[in-house]
Design a protein around this ligand. Structure first.
Ligand code: NDP
Length: 449
């Protein structure tokens, strides 16, 4: 059962349900934010009077379009793509593109809504947006991916711009896809507008440490949560779900900080390697050969592969969900707590169901919601935009230090806000309120738009 809402917020939520039928992930994301805003309305009654929350829940603009493309055999396919430009109070819409067959408007709206508060938390001038398509990149050739990206950008370009809307990657969209998307944007507009997309290659406007940023940032955030409890990652056993961009670099940073990651996964199954995951093998399988994680055992015979296995049943000190939404439910949360897990930080967006979140909070373990814990990715995208705007290119060490400082600051502000509003240690409340107040103040200052 999700927590009850404040009496001023319940009608707002009912209105969201009514106006957005069938979009369960979006409802979940809105409810999770509204649950924590009660105390804010007492302190800022003007936000109620000016209907700031109702306005935040309604995207500024939603674009849905057809993407036709031909496969290598000449067969025609039709996909649907979305870009939800949710809120531009703090800067241009900013948020990734997701290519996955599960994508529909409700997924993009939940991600775009989360993005508003996450981006505000970074302290950088970026608004919130998100996009994607129900296109499935699995098993497609490079040429097919290119044709799809070119077709998608042929419509999307007119809605983008470095001062308007700046997409990046997400599930199914990495460096290869950003390259094809940028190439087509450049070709159509006849502008080398580097700052229109982030996650670019290092030779053509990308930022060092962007590829690593989300995973690294999640681990920096975990380290801060543990520090606040007088502990650290050193010597801890860690489990990371997924084996994509976020998961790989979460594993890398966890290892660098002295932890041992013993399990990771993909949508087919889980790998458990008690000696510690060999990241070079995972990188080769996933970043180069684009194979299934099961192939890990071809190299490391001692490791265990469990088809459709549940990664949360592997005992650990720290759990980092880095795959997808609602991948960790109430019973998984219970298992983690019973197995002695002391910290959970979300590299993925909304990976824990409301029941799972409640169990973590009742158990008083350190729980860092995605909005705060995975904000390092978009923060470094904003650093990429800074470098593009100044025609500059920073070193890895400098960019990583900026990322670490941003994560420390996000932890500090979420932690302090939670204390200020009477819920010490509640990073969900701390992150939501910190992000919300920044956006709400800016919206209030700009009048009724
Ligand atoms: P990738 O596509 O690189 O990797 C996704 C990983 O999760 C893969 O291992 C994939 O397995 C697994 N996965 C995806 N969907 C499912 C599913 N339905 N069930 C089980 N496993 C699944 O994506 P990213 O690493 O970029 O993104 C992962 C999460 O992090 C997402 O929630 C994303 O929104 C979030 N995020 C990403 C950021 C970024 O900078 N990339 C920034 C902030 C958040 P398989 O290959 O088998 O599908």
């Amino acid at each position: 059962m999700p927590a009850r809402l404040d009496e001023k917020l319940e009608p707002i939520f009912q209105d969201v349900l009514h106006r957005n039928p069938g979009e369960s992930e979006f409802h979940q994301a809105v409810h999770e934010v509204l649950e924590t805003l009660g105390p804010v309305l007492v302190k800022y009654p003007e936000f109620v009077e000016k209907k700031v929350i109702q306005r935040i829940c309604e995207p500024e603009r939603q674009i849905i379009f057809r993407v036709p493309w031909q496969d290598d055999k000449g067969e025609i396919h039709i996909n649907r793509a979305f870009r939800v430009e949710f809120n531009s109070a703090l800067g241009p819409y900013k948020g990734g593109m997701r290519f996955h067959p599960s994508v529909y408007l409700g997924i993009i709206k939940f991600l775009g809504f989360e993005q508003i508060f996450k981006n505000a938390l970074t302290g950088l001038p970026i608004g919130g947006g998100k996009g994607g398509s129900d296109f499935d990149p699995k098993g497609k050739s490079d040429d097919e991916i290119m044709r799809f990206c070119q077709s998608l950008m042929t419509e999307l370009y007119r809605h983008l711009g470095e001062y308007t809307d700046v997409p990046a990657g997400d599930i199914g969209v990495g460096g290869r896809e950003i390259g094809y998307l940028f190439g087509q944007y450049k070709r159509i507009t006849n502008r080398y507008e580097s700052g229109v997309l982030t996650g670019k290659g290092l030779d053509w406007g990308g930022s060092r440490a962007r590829t690593e940023a989300t995973g690294y940032g999640t681990v920096f955030f975990t380290q801060e949560m543990l520090k606040a409890r007088g502990d650290s990652l050193d010597g801890k056993t860690v489990v990371v779900s997924g084996s994509g961009n976020v998961a790989i670099y979460a594993i890398e940073k966890a290892h660098q900080l002295g932890a041992k990651v013993i399990a990771c996964s993909d949508s087919s199954g889980i790998i458990v390697d008690e000696k510690g995951i060999d990241l070079a093998v995972v990188k080769r399988l996933k970043e180069v050969e684009r194979r299934r994680i099961s192939a890990y055992t071809d190299v490391h015979k001692h490791a265990k592969y469990v088809e459709d296995g549940n990664i949360w049943s592997v005992p650990c000190d720290v759990a980092l969900p880095c795959a997808t939404q609602n991948e960790l439910n109430g019973s998984d949360a219970k298992t983690l707590v019973e197995n002695g897990c002391i910290a959970v930080a979300e590299g993925a967006n909304m990976p824990t169901t409301p029941e799972g979140v409640q169990i973590f909070q009742e158990a008083s373990l350190a729980y860092g919601p995605g909005k705060a814990a995975n904000a390092g990715g978009v923060a470094t995208s904003a650093l990429e935009m800074q470098q593009n705007a100044s025609r500059d290119s920073w070193t890895f060490a400098y960019t990583e230090k900026r990322l670490e400082d941003i994560m420390i600051e996000i932890h500090k502000s979420s932690f302090e806000t939670a204390e200020e509003f009477g819920s010490p240690g509640n990073y969900v409340l701390g992150a939501n309120i910190t992000g919300f107040i920044k956006v709400a103040r800016a919206m209030d200052a700009m009048g009724l738009i």
